[in-house]
Ligand binder design. Sequence first.
Ligand SMILES: NC(=O)c1ccc[n+]([C@@H]2O[C@H](COP(=O)([O-])OP(=O)(O)OC[C@H]3O[C@@H](n4cnc5c(N)ncnc54)[C@H](O)[C@@H]3O)[C@@H](O)[C@H]2O)c1
Length: 289
Amino acid sequence: MRTIAIVGAGVIGLSWARLAREHGWDVVITDPRPDLENVVAEFADDEHVRATSDLAEAVADADLVQENGPERLDVKKSLFAEIVQAAKPDAVLATSSSSISATLIATELEDPARVVVGHPFNPPELMPLVEVLPGERTAPEAVDRAVELYEALGRVPVVIRKELPGFVANRLQMALSREARYLVEQGVVSAEQLDTILQNSLGLRWATTGLFEGNVLGGGPGGIRHLFAGVGAETGKIEFGVPSTDPEVVENLFEQVEDTYGVGPEAYERLRDKRDHRTRAVLKALRAP
Ligand SMILES: NC(=O)c1ccc[n+]([C@@H]2O[C@H](COP(=O)([O-])OP(=O)(O)OC[C@H]3O[C@@H](n4cnc5c(N)ncnc54)[C@H](O)[C@@H]3O)[C@@H](O)[C@H]2O)c1
């Protein structure tokens, strides 16, 4: 039986906790918030889940410490200073951070060898990807161990060797998102139409085949070379737009998106349930022989 310590019981932390339970791990959740008992109420009848406000105690027995606190360097640095002292020598000490590198978090640590980024895609209980980014002083063994532990949790870890801002998945998302905002701002399509276009083309394609794999298919038997020489030679000339930062334009975009999808807790729960239901169905279909 393995143990995960969840540091920070917000959106991401609680989702990691659910994933770990699904895989039979013991879970210890820590967060200084005064309403911690309420936040972890969904695990109240589960004897394999424990919550405590004591960080050192929470991480003491963990094989994997998964930190999901606020996205602030000062907070992550002080959390890891304590985690490094209290965790087992062979524990992997990972942060879910979307933007802060292991190198920066570990700058002042005497023992940085076990610290890695283990960046999930929201929600970690459903999205298989974990981007594993070692810092400059992370030991190769810690990276191997992180990969092994994430695989044991049914995830698909990918080790990324350069600490680029946004890592890889979010860089791709941002590139597409910038062009999407530009197209909506220019009135080429509505926000709703843009989502319809994506869901019925690239979204579906990329759930089943990779981008480069799609290039091979797009070229027919001639493969990627044929695609690049033909259609690709024309589409390769397109210059992309830059979305506006004008507050009025951005406000218009927000209003359009909120009018389409709703806003507030009711909308969040409705959209989240739809997303989770559909994602589970797609994952099940992809696992089928
Ligand atoms: N939300 C996303 O889509 C997403 C995706 C991937 C990664 N991440 C990363 O996950 C981390 C958490 O993001 P989130 O969206 O769950 O945030 P969140 O605001 O929902 O949760 C943060 C939690 O950290 C707790 N916290 C505050 N100070 C703390 C401390 N000293 N020790 C322990 N816990 C503390 C807060 O009480 C809160 O419960 C961030 O680093 C973020 O970059 C977020």
